[in-house]
Ligand binder design. Structure first.
Ligand SMILES: Nc1ncnc2c1ncn2[C@@H]1O[C@H](COP(=O)(O)OP(=O)(O)OP(=O)(O)O)[C@@H](O)[C@H]1O
Ligand code: SF4
Ligand SMILES: [Mg+2]
Length: 329
């Protein structure tokens, strides 16, 4: 879709291939297909979660979407305009706050640096406001990063990300290094900021439970492609792609969960992202694969509501309810 002004972010057919070193001088060039024809849309004020196992291309996709890396194909629009044509509208928060912050910069300098054209006289008051927004005591502004806890450092990163009032923030494993209670606090904070400022988020994690807790829609990635896209509330027990079903079944149950799934253990290995198979990329591990799956790659098919699936036999692997209930607290 073009002219998509209602989307904070709209990308079509995004590709990113990494060239491999050549073994011999005149050998044909080979590539690792990290992201292979991905479409993404995020409306203002909404969150798209992206989940999938390690190496499936989540971070590469995120980096390309915010312009930190270059796409080899596809189109990307921020606020309905070609990405990169204007600045200040996208920001990112990554997993490790200590490496994201310059150890020799005080907190006030780190945050003020992200605010375009900030008059010197307003530095303290504006940075103090931003710190208060992310629940940080403004008195900490003259400290250095090593004088703060991991949770406080991540709040500084979020304050810095929201400082330029971006329409879109990429959160790549942004809460993964925090302990469970801090994760909840930071997620609450992000939600609150989203409500107040209408910011759109892409929330990337290998942890489906964390993604389910924050997202409106969720995209499941497998080997560089989206295999299922659905509203987050359908991720409890209405998934239709065999890989999403297996991923959901592996989510640890906690007491009080409405649906506690029986774990599906996948056998087999994923194919190489260099020599991709001609058929379905999941066929080597799919418990319900049939002969057609090896021959023919399934396309991503979407319905009118935007729900999409890439499988010849959707719904054929079912999530089974756990027979042994996790005891209530
Ligand atoms: N700069 C690079 N050069 C070559 N290959 C790369 C580069 N960056 C990523 N890759 C490869 O691209 C694929 C996707 O990597 P990516 O980091 O996007 O995965 P991910 O889904 O974010 O994984 P994780 O959950 O471990 O963070 C992997 O096979 C990775 O080895
Ligand atoms: S297309 Fe076939 S192999 Fe691929 S996920 Fe669907 S059933 Fe499994
Ligand atoms: Mg990653």
């Amino acid at each position: 879709m073009t002219g998509s002004a209602q989307y904070a972010l709209a990308a079509t057919g995004v590709e990113r291939r990494f060239p491999l070193p050549q073994d011999k001088l005149f050998a044909p060039k080979r590539h690792l297909h990290a992201v292979d024809g991905v479409d993404v849309r995020v409306e203002a004020g909404r969150t798209l979660g992206i989940v999938g196992e390690s190496g499936c291309g989540k971070s590469t996709l995120g980096r390309v979407l915010i312009g930190l890396d270059t796409a080899d194909g596809g189109t990307i629009e921020w606020d309905g305009r070609p990405a990169g044509a204007h600045t200040g509208t996208v920001q990112a928060v990554f997993q490790d706050p200590s490496s994201a912050l310059n150890p020799r910069m005080t907190i006030i300098d780190a945050i003020a640096e992200a605010i375009p054209n900030l008059p010197r006289a307003q530095r303290e008051s504006r940075v103090g406001e931003l710190m208060a927004l992310v629940d940080l005591d403004p008195q900490l502004m003259h400290r250095y990063p090593h004088e703060l806890s991991g949770g406080q450092q991540q709040r500084v990163c979020i304050a810095r990300a929201i400082a330029s009032e971006p329409s879109f923030i990429l959160l790549d494993e942004a809460v993964s290094s925090l302990d469970a209670s801090l994760q909840m606090q930071v997620i609450e904070l992000l939600r609150d900021l989203q409500e107040r400022m209408g910011t759109a988020y892409i929330f990337i994690s290998h942890d489906l439970r964390a993604v389910r807790g924050v997202s409106d829609w969720i995209a499941v990635m497998y080997l560089g492609q989206i295999v299922e896209l659905a509203p987050a509330d359908e991720f409890d027990d209405q998934l239709r792609h065999p890989y999403s079903v297996a991923l959901r079944s592996a989510e640890p149950s906690i007491p009080g969960d409405a649906f506690q799934a029986e774990r599906i253990i996948l056998q087999g290995d994923p194919p190489s992202a260099v020599d991709l198979p001609q058929g379905c990329r999941f066929a080597s591990r799919c418990p319900v694969a049939q002969e057609r799956c090896v021959r023919e790659a399934p396309p991503l098919e979407s319905d009118e509501a935007g729900r999409a699936i890439r499988c010849h036999f959707p719904g054929s692997l079912k999530l089974a309810r756990r027979t042994e209930e996790v005891p209530a607290p």
